[in-house]
Write a protein that binds this ligand. Structure first.
Ligand SMILES: [Ca+2]
Ligand SMILES: [Ca+2]
Ligand SMILES: [Ca+2]
Length: 398
């Protein structure tokens, strides 16, 4: 029984079976531990069915055959009838993670009939760059072009039709070129379109609509990947030190304790912002009071982790007053007393001498004992311990 009308080119009735709505069927995924290239690499084998497949024929250039349970390949030349049948297959590779190494790729189709017309009987698989075709609208007149040399081929022999049952045979093509094309598509649009054609023999195949899944076309891809890449949630960020840090203005130095991050594949780079050690900001200034934010972000393909460290630079230290001259002075009566003064220094705010307040007056013409007091307060409100100088005015000339 033929699923496809051969001589007249009318499409056979559509099957009631609806095509699997999944964009791709993962028929078999196996983790091959013993074949692992290293302790952290696994080799995966995946069998993909076409997400779309369709035959086109020059005999019926306006007719779509995309929902048939079979497709055909036949040469341009046949006795009495000059037409060609080509079939297109499209595979969704999106289940293969980017960055893996494709080790091998094999296209396989199960034939159930055929005929040898002579010449080159091989079936060739060519790359089709344009994936925009769909099996529901593909016809001879809008079929996409092929590109480059054949990526692989197979050869199946069917004798002349003698009324005997036709054997099912499996055609498969495996090549480095096909693997390379799969690799390229994994890194690009994740869709691989292929065209099957022959310039010699005619062969008939079960399509992706075949009721028996084991007979549908398959693309078997083997690839190696880091074991971690299959379970790789967003990184975990660890901030060294406290998220709330306080520095003493003018007395502490700032050095970012940093942060680290890991994911299933190992360490992840941590980007820092305004740490003083990155290109994004000067970082906390330990010599100026204020609140500074240092941010840490670690990213991978599945997300990011971030944290903000708040660095508060505070001035809690009082300025220091230093007497110029002696704390106890004697002044000879009869001239003005010139106070040698004090200097004031603050770790955060620097020289505060100009801010020193002086209380007390020494009258150089009146004998007695005087006290002079010196005070200073920094901008942070920290008062220096006051200093006192005692000045004795004596020995008046009169
Ligand atoms: Ca189809
Ligand atoms: Ca593509
Ligand atoms: Ca201070």
């Amino acid at each position: 029984m033929r699923p496809l009308p051969l001589s007249l080119g009318f499409p056979s009735p559509r099957l009631s079976r609806s095509k699997d709505s999944l964009s791709k069927l993962l028929l078999a995924v196996s983790l091959c531990g013993p074949l692992a290239a290293s302790a952290h690499t696994v080799v995966i084998t995946v069998d993909l069915e076409p997400i779309e497949d369709a035959m086109v024929t020059s005999a019926m250039p306006y007719t779509n055959y995309g929902h048939q349970p079979s497709f055909e390949i036949s040469p341009v030349w046949r006795p009495f009838v000059d037409y060609s049948r080509e079939s297109f297959l499209k595979f969704d590779l999106s289940g293969i993670p980017e960055g893996v190494q494709v080790l091998s790729a094999r296209l396989q189709a199960t034939a159930y009939d055929g005929f040898a017309y002579g010449g080159d009987g091989s079936v060739y698989a060519h790359f089709v760059p344009d994936d925009s075709w769909s099996e529901g609208s593909l016809i001879w007149l809008n079929k996409p072009a092929i590109s480059g040399q054949a990526l692989g081929s197979w050869w199946l022999w069917y004798d002349f039709r003698n009324g005997q049952p036709r054997p099912e045979q499996s055609g498969s093509a495996e090549s480095a070129a096909l693997a390379a094309q799969v690799q390229a598509e994994v890194e690009q649009d994740n869709l691989l379109s292929l065209r099957l054609s022959s310039s010699g023999y005619e062969t008939f195949y079960h399509s992706s609509e075949a009721a028996d899944a084991t007979k549908r076309p398959k693309l078997r891809v083997r690839y190696s990947a880091p074991a971690c890449s299959f379970e790789r949630p967003a990184p975990t960020l660890t901030v060294n030190g406290s998220l709330e840090m306080t520095l003493e203005c003018g007395a502490s130095t700032w050095q970012d304790p940093g942060a680290s991050a890991t994911d299933a594949c190992g360490p992840v780079t941590v980007e820092r912002y305004n740490s003083g050690e990155d290109a994004y900001g000067p970082g906390p200034n330990p010599n100026a009071e204020g609140t500074y934010s240092v941010q840490y972000i670690a990213r991978n393909l599945n997300g990011e982790a971030s944290a903000v460290r708040t660095v508060t630079v505070e001035d809690t230290l009082a300025p220091q007053l230093t007497l110029n001259g002696e704390p106890e002075m004697t002044h000879t009566c009869g001239t003005a007393f010139v106070d040698p003064g004090v200097t004031a220094q603050d770790a955060c705010y620097g020289d505060l001498t100009q801010s020193v307040q002086v209380f007390g007056y020494v009258n150089g013409w009146v004998p007695g004992t005087y006290t002079v007091e010196y005070f200073v307060t920094d901008s942070g409100g920290n008062a220096a311990a006051p200093l006192v100088r005692t000045v004795t005015v004596a020995n008046c000339p009169w």
